[in-house]
Write a protein that binds this ligand. Structure first.
Ligand code: ZN
Length: 407
């Protein structure tokens, strides 16, 4: 087989396209493939598909292709514009690349495979292209996959925020909580009320309906609550149990920090003993905690009260509400202000806390998705805008099939 024919076969070129030249430059580690069509060839109109339109003129273009062993490979061709009787002069879509991309579809497929595994900057270094060009490819395919989502069956929504730029900026992540669909479906800038409105619009534009959303799981943020009330009128809100627990942990930590001023030696380096679940402590930490629990400390009282809070989620629905009422009274009786504040927050968000026993929804954003989102944050590090960060969240948590459709 002639080398031109070999490359012709390797590229899967179809008539009238053919490889007309192959140049190896061993010193430059470069392979240049020239592709062309015979004089008088005709092409289909890209608008209407009408076959046999004559070529009006051509424009030369170069595409980066997959490396050929250690050689960087480039395709060169003159891209024809055809003259369609109906649509006038239109540029033909070449079969090996999309639109005006400088990469072939196979090269872009490689980028989309790599981006799930490594940072964009590293891909840029690996393939010898500037990372802004790599990002352009990633954005294109992720945007397209996000846009192609069908949300017609979405019923349960989880909302959570996540920060970037060292906690200075936020995005809101909207998830389908259906166990078989569980994934991020929409990411909005900020964490205000308007993000819920944006989500409702997105839902409607993707086959869904805001009235379909029956359950919402969120933290106790007022803006999300107001957004849900105004835009998802059929939804019942459950406050995410991990967020509720987080608030309780903060209360214990506040008590510990205040008390540590008078009991420096005793409470030094004990933060995690109080915040971790006992089953997640090492044997040594359990012994240490057992010793601390012998001391008449406010932190100990708060800790023991907090442990009893977990039972609220374990009880069955009938018993749970009564249990929580008693718990709130006990928390008040401790006379520890951070615990009292927490108990009052429970009371002012009562329905959404109790709702868990009916909906059983939790975000798990903090569990599964959040670790993915944290990984995305590391990968999108160094970027000032939310654009790259949002794209990374879609990539890792969106279960999208983003990339070129290769035959
Ligand atoms: Zn046409």
């Amino acid at each position: 087989m002639h080398d031109v024919d070999l490359f012709q076969a390797a590229l899967g070129l179809e008539e009238p396209w053919e490889v007309v030249g192959v140049e190896f430059d061993a010193a430059e580690r470069r392979l240049d493939l020239r592709i062309d069509f015979p004089k008088g060839a005709r092409f289909a109109c890209p608008e209407c598909g009408r076959a046999g339109c004559p070529v009006h003129d051509t424009e030369p273009h170069t595409w980066r292709h997959l490396n050929f062993f250690q050689h960087e490979a480039y395709l060169h061709a003159r891209v024809p514009r055809v003259d369609c009787p109906e649509h006038g002069v239109k540029q033909v879509q070449v079969p090996w690349a999309r639109g005006r991309s400088d990469f072939t579809l196979l090269f872009e497929a490689l980028v989309m495979a790599l981006v799930k595994e490594m940072p964009v900057k590293a891909i840029g270094r690996l393939v010898g292209e500037h990372d802004t060009k790599i990002w352009r490819v990633v954005h294109y395919y992720v945007d397209r996959a996000v846009d192609a989502q069908d949300l017609s069956r979405m019923r349960e929504l989880g909302i959570d925020d996540t920060s970037f730029r060292r906690g200075q900026s936020y995005v809101s992540v909207f998830c389908d909580l259906d166990p078989s669909q569980r994934r991020a479906v929409f990411v909005a800038d900020g964490r205000g009320q308007e993000t819920v409105e944006q989500f409702a619009g997105f839902l409607g534009a993707h086959g869904g309906c805001s009235e379909n959303i029956k359950e919402v799981c969120q933290d106790m943020s007022q803006p999300y609550l107001a957004g849900v009330r105004d835009n998802l009128s059929r939804a019942e809100v459950t406050f995410d149990r991990y967020h509720v627990k987080q608030k309780l942990s903060e209360a214990i930590d506040t008590i510990r920090r205040a008390e540590a001023k008078d009991h420096k030696q005793l409470l030094k380096n004990t933060r995690y003993l109080w915040l971790k679940r006992p089953k997640n402590l090492t044997a040594k930490q359990v012994d240490w905690l057992d010793q601390l629990l012998q001391h008449p400390l406010q932190t100990v009282r708060a800790y023991e009260q907090a442990l009893r809070f977990d039972d609220f989620y374990e009880l069955d629905a009938d018993a749970a509400e009564e249990y929580l009422r008693r718990w709130v009274e006990e928390a008040r009786a401790t006379e520890l202000q951070p615990l009292i504040d927490f108990a009052e927050m429970l009371e002012s968000h009562w329905q959404g806390v109790i709702r868990w026993h009916h909906s059983q929804v939790s975000n798990g954003l903090l569990e599964g998705l959040n670790s993915l989102v944290q990984a995305a944050k590391r990968r999108a590090r160094g970027y000032r805008s939310s654009r790259n960060y949002k794209t990374m969240i879609y990539l890792v948590a969106g279960k999208l099939n983003a990339g070129p459709q290769l035959a």
